[in-house]
Design a binder for this molecule. Structure first.
Ligand code: ARG
Length: 309
């Protein structure tokens, strides 16, 4: 079976760095050479699309919207699994306008048969999409970050809606304000992550589920290069310019690293993973030969619509 990962990206025409909602954002630096950064952003975006296509992804690009500069990070648009979508609720007013844009986009995807169900979260229950809720296909569970952006209360909603196990991870640093900045499960079961970003109790939850031999610890430098914020499909890993150390660790484990210059987006606190949203994830379908652990049966009593119409 061919694993054609379907990635949604948002055109960067309206990308900008003009407010600060995470410690990486540098509006002053950005403003000094805005034109140059904009041109580099376009080039970086095009290179990211090309890299994704080169590893076999199907790429869909939606337009951004004026006044919503962070829409270029659709990982935060919602959580998608088994053709079901839980639309994000943003913590910061600066991004709340994105909710309606992304919901309308998901409804269009529903109308054309890409997804079956689109649901929203109750007011006040913050959840910033796949940026804070990452599907681990190897283990058949979600890892969900909470703290800086997403509410702890969202965890139960996610579990109910998708009928899948969710492991809550408390994020305790401002730098790793979304889980995807510090946490990247890989197809072979390895976990690339930065342990200091998690509370001690959450580190214990990870250690209970990921064997020591499968843990790849990122350095603070890897984090700062947004190398943990990577897109992994099969043995391919797409990320911003990579530290030599991490590249060696990944290739030792049989992964090919594809580097893209995403520095303009890093000035907003984002890398490759947050610039994408994977639309085709299914809880029961794996690329052949990837799964090493047995898993429970599909369905869990919910009408998940696995396999599509
Ligand atoms: N400036 C954006 C924000 O702070 C960056 C979002 C990056 N997204 C992510 N999933 N890490 O919200």
């Amino acid at each position: 079976m061919s694993a054609n990962a379907h990635m949604l990206l948002v055109d960067p025409a309206h990308f900008d760095v003009r407010y600060v909602i995470n410690p990486w954002m540098q509006p002053a630096h950005w403003a000094r050479e805005r034109g140059v950064h904009m041109a580099q952003a376009r080039a970086g975006f095009d290179a990211l699309c090309a890299a994704l296509v080169s590893i076999g992804c199907r790429v869909s690009v939606m337009p951004g919207a004026a006044g919503l500069p962070d829409m270029v990070f659709p990982a935060n648009a919602g959580i998608v699994l088994d053709r079901r979508v839980l639309v994000a609720r943003f913590r910061h007013p600066e991004r709340q306008g994105e909710e309606a844009e992304f919901e309308a986009m998901f409804r269009r995807l529903q109308a054309i048969g890409v997804v079956d169900l689109v649901e929203t979260l109750p007011a006040g229950c913050h959840q910033e999409g796949a940026g804070d809720c990452i599907w681990d296909a190897h283990r058949g569970l979600f890892w969900a970050g909470w703290g800086p952006r997403s509410s702890r209360a969202a965890i139960e909603r996610i579990a109910d809606f998708f009928g899948q196990p969710v492991v809550p991870l408390e994020l305790v640093t401002a730098r790793a304000y979304h889980l995807d900045v510090c946490f990247c499960p890989l197809s072979g079961g390895e976990l690339l992550y930065y342990p200091p970003a998690l509370s001690a109790a959450s580190r214990a939850l990870v250690e209970a589920r990921v064997a020591p031999a499968l843990r790849i610890e990122a350095s603070a430098d890897d984090l700062a290069h947004f190398n943990v914020n990577a897109v992994n499909v099969g043995r391919e890993v797409v990320m911003s310019r990579c530290t030599g150390r991490l590249r060696a660790m990944l290739s030792e484990r049989g992964y090919r690293v594809h580097e893209v210059d995403l520095s303009p987006f890093m000035l907003s606190g984002g890398g490759a993973f947050c610039m994408t949203l994977r639309l085709d994830r299914h809880s029961c379908v794996e690329p052949a030969g990837q799964r090493k652990t047995p898993r429970r049966k599909c369905g869990t009593g919910l009408a998940l619509g696995v396999g599509g119409a």
